[in-house]
Design a binder for this molecule. Structure first.
Ligand code: ATP
Length: 213
């Protein structure tokens, strides 16, 4: 099936729908209406219908969506119907926590390798992964990278990942410029997300602080 170009915002929401549908399928549900799916996820039902309509996921009027079919479709769109291996660079506090995070599995991801440049960390085991030198990355069949090095090492790490053939990078270090069109970079900056959250919350009544000019 050929899909229409799906807007980035809709792609951003698809994993939320997938997670909800997976959890409904675990409850052995077969069908669900967009309204109930929306209530379950805490989003608007019209948004779900609009997003799913980009790839023909209209469901059946009066019956709703076939949960297993929709799971397969969303996986296919997100290209999660194939094995996706990721490598993490920077096994400090944050990197170690990410390596131990069990939530990747429901989307079919595997963090298959971890790298660091600190000789004391090479050979250390986190879960089933042994920390290695970044030079060995090229030999591994990996197409996604996760950067958890400090800011000053982010650009260099990014360049090395790209040279090793990585096509997508999830970065926890928002301090570099990519300058490469064909590489998709998603940056996670908790401080930035908190600032966005702040917009929706009334000024604090609890802290008698001065406003920043
Ligand atoms: P720790 O003190 O155990 O190193 P940390 O979380 O405070 O933990 P950071 O300074 O944030 O450490 O660095 C994160 C990790 O990135 C560290 O393990 C560090 O060795 C590693 N690192 C730093 N620069 C590079 C680099 N150029 N290539 C690969 N790994 C790097």
């Amino acid at each position: 099936m050929r899909y229409n170009k799906i807007p980035d915002e809709a792609v951003r929401r698809l994993p939320t729908y997938l997670r909800g549908l997976l959890s409904l399928s675990e409850q052995e549900r077969k069908k669900i209406s967009s309204q109930r799916l929306a209530d379950f996820l805490g989003v608007n039902h019209w948004q779900i219908r609009k997003d799913l309509s980009y790839f023909g996921g209209f469901g059946t009027p009066g019956i709703g969506y076939d949960i297993e079919k929709l799971i397969r479709q969303i996986r296919k769109i997100l290209k999660l119907n194939m094995v996706r291996k990721a490598a993490l660079v920077g096994v400090g506090n944050l990197g170690s926590a990410v390596l131990r995070y069990p939530g990747f599995r429901i989307y079919g991801f595997e963090i298959a390798a971890a790298f660091d440049n600190n000789p004391k960390k090479i050979g250390r085991k986190i879960g089933h992964i042994t920390v290695a030198k970044l030079q060995t990355l090229q030999k591994r069949k990996i197409d996604l990278g996760i950067i958890t090095v400090p800011c000053e090492a982010a650009q260099e790490t990014f360049n090395k990942l790209i040279t090793a053939g990585i096509k997508g990078v999830l970065s926890f270090s928002p301090c570099y410029k990519t300058g490469r069109k064909k590489i998709k970079v998603i940056t996670i900056d908790i401080a930035m997300d908190l600032s966005r959250l702040s917009y929706y919350i009334p000024p604090s009544q609890f802290v008698a602080g001065q406003a920043l000019s």
